[in-house]
Ligand binder design. Sequence first.
Ligand SMILES: Nc1ncnc2c1ncn2[C@@H]1O[C@H](COP(=O)(O)OP(=O)(O)OP(=O)(O)O)[C@@H](O)[C@H]1O
Length: 502
Amino acid sequence: MSIFSLDEEISRLTVNGSCALIDSEDDGFEQELTGDMWHKNMLSTNPKPSRLSAPSTSPGNVSMGRRRSSLYDKMSVATPPNTRRLFLPSNEPESAKSSFCSPSALEKHGPRLLEDFKPVRVLGRGAYGKVLLVKDSHTRRLYAMKQLKKAEILIHQNPDSTISEEEALEKRLERTFAERTILSELEHPHIVKLFYTFHDHHKLYLVLQFIPGGELFYHLKEQGVLDEDTVSFYAAEISSALKFLHGKGIVYRDLKPENCLLDERGHLVLTDFGLSKKSANDTNPNSISSAPNEGESVETLHSIIGTPEYCAPEILEGKPYTQNCDWYSLGCLVYDMLTGKPPYTGANHKVIINKILKDKTPKIPTYFSEGMKDFLGALLKKDVSKRWDVDKLWDVDGPKPKKKKAGQAKNTSFQTHFVFRKIDWLKLETGELQQTTFGPIFPIITDWELAENFDSEFTEMRLDSAGQADCIDIQQTFKPEQLQVFQGFSYVASSSYLERHF
Ligand SMILES: Nc1ncnc2c1ncn2[C@@H]1O[C@H](COP(=O)(O)OP(=O)(O)OP(=O)(O)O)[C@@H](O)[C@H]1O
């Protein structure tokens, strides 16, 4: 998983807190996979890429294809299935719609069990297990079920030599509980909803809202690059979720195209809160309660985590960092959507980290609009003190930009920036936009159970290979007190929450 391999790379790069830069010419790299080569190739055949044209992803051009950032070395990704930029009426099945079962009827079942859910297919894979599309046997509703193997959490290799095995385990548990605790107390149109969590001998289960339009990653892979209006639309939806999290004292820390899903109307929903962190000493009255084992303040987080391509330099340097790191990641994601790759790329994490730390500022293509250059320039500042303080300058009522003056974004209100001129923030933040309009990319969904917008590498996986086969005898391997750490994981959303989202 990205976070641990990154920890390992950083521990190799960092000596006594200071960063030792490395030679980017590393032996054995496959040259055709580097981002620079990709970029040069693109420019030589298409000097000024059309905003709407995608680079070829034909089999003959696989070296130019988009690759998963978090699972860089583990898997190849097939061409994404049916996704087109066109309008089709949603064919949402009854099983995905509301009203099969009232919350009170669900409460009769009490805490949920694995037997309540019938596996339909595999949607994705993470560090500690898989995410399955499942059907509730009582209500016939579809959910995404994230499964985490207890054994993997307990015995995962600790690549960070600077911390002890116990500390590494504590961090893994903290991250496992953080996702459950943070999601269970959030409700926002652009954040995935958590309905139930439970555990059995082998695994922990998070039962989430199924987001059927697939990852932004796949849509980007198919489209290659997106136009500025589309990118600004997604940037606004992501920003609204990030600002909401920051207001609750939470830093997201893992913004990347794989964690941005599209709902059935093409609106963006953030998922994967495994790396999110709640401030321990946050005094904001709107903040949610702390997750177990939280120790660091969001004001001065030190953990080195996240996917390097989208990771703020202060995190990679091992310096204390704040919620502002999420705004740098947003800049990287916006840059990626517009150009087809994040600002710094390379054949492996080591090369990418080296570039982020060594290069001054990412080069912003000259063919971007002046407004977009201004927007990205303000977010992608390496020095956090010079970066746009979006949380402070969020409001529409904040300082307005003066006409015809470049490079001023950092001192003006975020919501009124030129790139968001077509965004109705009020409707976006209340969820009305999501309910009543369609996003710029409309995912084709003929049958929700087919999970057509997910990678066939996962959806065609045999369910039995995704299920019990890989379970070790956990009772034999671990002492009862070791397994005690998972106590308190189970959760059922309140009936009012279930009612609102059923
Ligand atoms: N609510 C959901 N609806 C639909 N698909 C989902 C949902 N949650 C996750 N997925 C799919 O499963 C994949 C893996 O999920 P997630 O990123 O939460 O797992 P993870 O174990 O934290 O992964 P990683 O180790 O890469 O961080 C996602 O990229 C997405 O394709």
